[in-house]
Design a protein around this ligand. Structure first.
Ligand code: NAD
Length: 262
């Protein structure tokens, strides 16, 4: 059942990773899970933090949507295998994998510790390979579907977050490789490059001044919301994008067109 949606994902089953929210401010993964459920999709919510996950589960239940959840770490192969098995055992098939989990990583190559570098690559890149490794055969045997990977405009406009930038660049390359590899299985693979979104992750300790600077970094002068990312994901998850694969969809209010000094 869906409330308010028009059923753009009716009959579909999705796994959304990082579907929780660190507090009352909505996260990108949370917004996407809520929108998918509103559009009639059955959603398996995955997050390493049960408390974060329960916020999303409650919101979907309150809006009359259908969801279940799995507490796990997407950089752990066994957790990735189990979450896909749970989705298929619970709902009978799988059509959409939304790879939303990502962590920050700052510093230059001179400053970064090798251990921190590995952690960022594990959580931001290896995790997408691991979730896809188990999800793609199920999506293919369900008649086809989509994988959506969350990158960042940091991949195309670096600013002192080199481990993060490199990991998000790898997500773009991974998306293109997967799109080619799995097209014959009827699995489309696309990625989204969000700009500065006021989200569960970025709002932590953000001053009003920084928030304002982020807003005016867009030539539109509009602050990005997790719902902007969710709406892009909905298009890529739905059959409306049936001839779209391997793309990097920038959703940033034009921020990447501007000089960072503005
Ligand atoms: N917010 C922005 O401005 C912005 C900009 C560009 C890209 N992004 C990307 O958007 C994505 C999500 O953003 P968000 O604001 O929802 O972030 P978030 O930090 O709120 O993440 C959502 C959830 O991911 C979970 N998580 C973290 N590591 C995990 C792991 N290893 N396994 C399972 N769950 C894990 C967290 O517990 C959290 O509940 C990330 O990939 C991020 O890089 C965000």
């Amino acid at each position: 059942m869906s409330s308010n949606g028009i059923g753009r994902l009716t009959g579909k089953v999705a796994v959304v990773t990082g579907a929780g929210s660190r507090g009352e401010i909505i996260g990108n993964g949370q917004a996407t899970a809520l929108l998918f459920a509103r559009e009639g999709c059955k959603v398996l919510l995955v997050d390493s933090e049960e408390e974060n996950l329960s916020r999303t589960f409650r919101k979907i239940s309150d809006q009359g949507g259908e969801a279940s959840f799995y507490v796990g770490d997407v950089s752990n192969e066994l957790d990735c295998q189990k979450m896909v098995e749970l989705a298929v055992n619970t709902y009978g098939h799988l059509n959409i994998l939304h790879n939303n989990v990502g962590v920050g990583g700052s510093g230059t190559v001179v400053e970064v510790e090798a251990k921190q570098w590995d952690h960022v690559m594990d959580v931001n890149v290896k995790s997408m390979m691991l979730t896809s490794k188990y999800a793609i055969p199920e999506i293919a045997s369900s008649g086809g579907g989509t994988v959506i990977n969350i990158s960042s405009i940091s991949a195309i406009r670096p600013r002192g977050l080199t481990p993060y930038t490199v990991s998000k660049g790898a997500v773009i390359a991974l998306t293109k490789a997967m799109a080619v590899d799995h097209a014959a299985d009827k699995v489309r693979v696309n990625c989204i490059l969000p700009g500065p979104i006021f989200s569960s992750m970025t709002s932590v300790n953000m001053t009003e001044e920084v928030r304002e600077l982020r807003r005016i970094s867009s030539p539109m002068g509009i602050e990005g919301s997790p719902m902007d990312i969710a709406n892009a994901a909905l298009y890529l998850a739905s059959d409306e994008s049936r001839w779209v694969t391997g793309i990097s969809l920038i959703v940033d209010g034009g921020v990447s067109l501007m000089s960072p000094q503005r």
